[in-house]
Design a protein around this ligand. Structure first.
Ligand SMILES: Cc1cc2nc3c(=O)[nH]c(=O)nc-3n(C[C@H](O)[C@H](O)[C@H](O)COP(=O)(O)O)c2cc1C
Length: 196
């Protein structure tokens, strides 16, 4: 696979089986995250590894968060989350170590975390693994964030479910990049993607 093939064949999947990356493999994958662009070298990304029994323990915290946010959360949603967080081969918590009063604005810090997460997803694909980034309202729950290790102003950016893809990766039709690109000629640009 050429590097471009690698980038152009990556797809998210939650159909994930064992094995998960070993500690050494995960360390190499996360080394790719350390290459993300990062204004001010703030390194705002943080990774929390949930393996083995840490996964059902996390699942219980996630369910407590769901019920905190909605005491009437439907049972099927609770059970879906319990199963996913308990059984994914590896769950990686994405943390954002944020400095609200820093001269580098918060949005720049947050998108650096996103850029690093994208490198993790690409590195997973490049090493034969796969994953998906999930969030949901629990990601905005400051209690859950604190329980995991991110007291305010720090936050969660979601979780990566990680493992070995089962079967072929999904191959959804991707948009034409031309629809998202415009050349500036002195007037404000518009994009085909925004025209109905
Ligand atoms: C910040 C963020 C949060 C996301 N949260 C969810 C989520 O909670 N559930 C979900 O099914 N997909 C979520 N997604 C989308 C998937 O990670 C994934 O991008 C999507 O399924 C499309 O697959 P693709 O990455 O192959 O294009 C999220 C993506 C991002 C960037």
């Amino acid at each position: 696979m050429t590097p471009m093939d690698m980038l152009l064949t990556r797809a998210s999947t939650d159909l994930l089986a064992e094995p998960a990356p070993s500690e050494a493999q995960l360390s190499e994958i996360l080394a790719a995250a350390m290459r993300a662009p990062d204004h001010g070298k703030l390194r705002p990304w943080r990774y929390v590894v949930f393996r083995g029994e840490a996964r059902p323990a996390l699942a219980e915290r996630v369910i407590a968060s769901m019920l905190r946010l909605d005491a009437n959360a439907p049972e099927f949603k609770i059970e879906k989350r319990r199963k996913r967080f308990s059984t994914m081969p590896l769950v990686l918590g994405l943390g954002m170590h944020l400095l609200p009063n820093h001269k580098i604005p918060l949005w720049e810090q947050e998108i650096a975390v996103g850029a690093a997460a994208m490198n993790v997803l690409n590195a997973l694909h490049a090493t034969g693994f796969g994953g998906i980034w999930v969030s949901g309202d629990i990601t905005e729950d400051p209690v859950l964030a604190e329980e995991i290790g991110f007291p305010a102003p720090h936050r969660l950016a979601g979780f990566l479910f990680i493992g070995t893809p089962e079967g072929d990766l999904p191959a959804p039709k991707r948009p034409d990049p031309a629809d998202f690109t415009a050349s500036w000629t002195g007037k404000p640009v518009t994009f085909a993607a925004d025209r109905s």
